[in-house]
Design a protein around this ligand. Structure first.
Ligand SMILES: C[S@@+](CC[C@H](N)C(=O)[O-])C[C@H]1O[C@@H](n2cnc3c(N)ncnc32)[C@H](O)[C@@H]1O
Length: 264
C-alpha cells in the first residue's frame, strides 16, 4: 500500500512545525496547535515577534553564506512548513545553481513538500523525511543531491531544543559537522529564555502534551555547539544583532541566539 502522510498526522496534540506556522501567520495548523499557540501568546505576547526574528536570522545567514562565502550547498535540518523566504528561495535568489536538502520528520511537512522542491532549473532541492538524529540516513540521502566533497552549510534553525537531552543535541551536531568537508559552515540558532514569563510559557507548553522544546543558556550551553569551529563576526549573539540589515526588526528580542561558524 502506498504511504499516505495524511493518515500519519496526529492532530490531537500540538506539533512544533504547525504551532510555528500559526505564529508566523500561516494556515497549515489545527485546533490543538492554535490552542497551544494562543495560550503561549497570552503568557508571552512577544512570541510572534520572536518567531519572525528567528526567520529573519535564517534569511540573513543564508544570504551571507551564499553572497559573501560563495556557499552553493545547504543541508537544512528541521525545515518546518514552507513559509516566505525558505532556504532555497534565499540562496537561489543569489546563486540560482544552489543545491538545498531539507530534513523534517513531521508528515504534514511532507504534504506541503512541493513548495520546498520548487527549485530553479540550474539548482536542485530535495526533501528527506527522517529523524535528524538518524545522521547516517540523513548523510546518505543528502549525498544523492549534494557533493559531499565540496563545502556545505549545515543549517540548524531553532530545531535543537526538540532534542530534550543536551548531550544528544551536541552529539547530533558533532556527528554531522565531523563528516562535512573543510570549508563548510554551521549556521545554528537556538531559543533561550528571554524573561521569566517566557520560561513559564514554555514550561506550560511542554507540560501540555505538545512536542517539547527545551531552552538553552546562551552563555553556558549554546556556545558548546560551536566547539572547535571558527565563529564568523559578530560571533554568537541574539538574533537581531547578527549582521542586522534594513529589514531587521526589534533589536531587544533576546529570546533566541545564533551564529555562523566555519568548519576547519
Ligand atoms: C520551531 S520549527 C523550526 C522550523 C524552521 N527550521 C525555521 O527556522 O522556521 C522546528 C522544526 O523541527 C522539526 N523537528 C523537530 N524534531 C525533529 C527531528 N528529530 N527530526 C527532524 N525534524 C525535527 C519539526 O517538525 C519542525 O518542523
Amino acid at each position: 500500500m502506498t504511504d499516505n502522510p495524511r493518515r500519519r498526522i496526529d492532530t490531537s496534540v500540538a506539533h512544533s512545525a504547525r504551532v510555528w506556522n500559526y505564529w508566523l501567520g500561516g494556515k497549515d495548523n489545527y485546533i490543538a496547535d492554535q490552542v497551544a499557540g494562543d495560550a503561549y501568546r497570552e503568557a508571552f505576547p512577544r512570541i510572534e515577534v520572536m518567531a519572525r526574528e528567528s526567520r529573519a536570522f535564517l534569511r540573513r545567514t543564508v544570504t551571507y553564506l551564499a553572497a559573501e562565502e560563495g556557499v552553493r550547498q545547504f543541508l537544512d535540518l528541521g525545515a518546518g512548513l514552507p513559509t516566505t523566504d525558505n532556504t532555497h528561495e534565499v540562496a537561489q535568489r543569489i546563486a540560482p545553481d544552489s543545491r538545498i536538502v531539507y530534513v523534517d520528520h513531521d508528515p504534514l511537512v511532507l504534504l506541503h513538500v512541493q513548495a520546498l522542491l520548487d527549485s530553479t532549473p540550474e539548482g536542485a532541492t530535495a526533501y528527506i523525511e527522517a529523524d535528524m538524529q538518524d545522521t547516517e540516513t540523513v548523510l546518505a540521502r543528502a549525498a544523492e543531491t549534494l557533493d559531499m566533497t565540496r563545502p556545505i552549510a549545515l543549517i540548524s534553525s531553532d530545531v535543537l531544543g526538540h532534542i530534550v537531552d543536551f548531550d544528544e543535541a551536541l552529539g547530533l551536531v558533532e556527528r554531522l559537522v565531523n563528516r562535512l568537508p573543510a570549508g563548510s559552515f554551521l549556521a545554528l540558532s537556538h531559543s533561550t529564555a528571554d524573561s521569566p514569563e517566557h520560561a513559564r510559557a514554555q514550561n506550560a507548553y511542554n507540560a501540555s502534551g505538545a512536542v517539547p522544546y527545551i531552552f538553552r543558556d546562551p552563555v553556558k550551553e549554546i556556545p558548546l555547539f560551536f566547539t572547535g569551529l571558527e565563529l564568523v563576526e559578530p560571533g554568537l549573539v541574539s538574533w537581531p544583532n547578527w549582521k542586522p540589515d534594513a529589514t531587521t526588526g526589534n533589536a531587544t528580542v533576546r529570546a533566541g541566539w545564533g551564529a555562523v561558524a566555519r568548519i576547519p
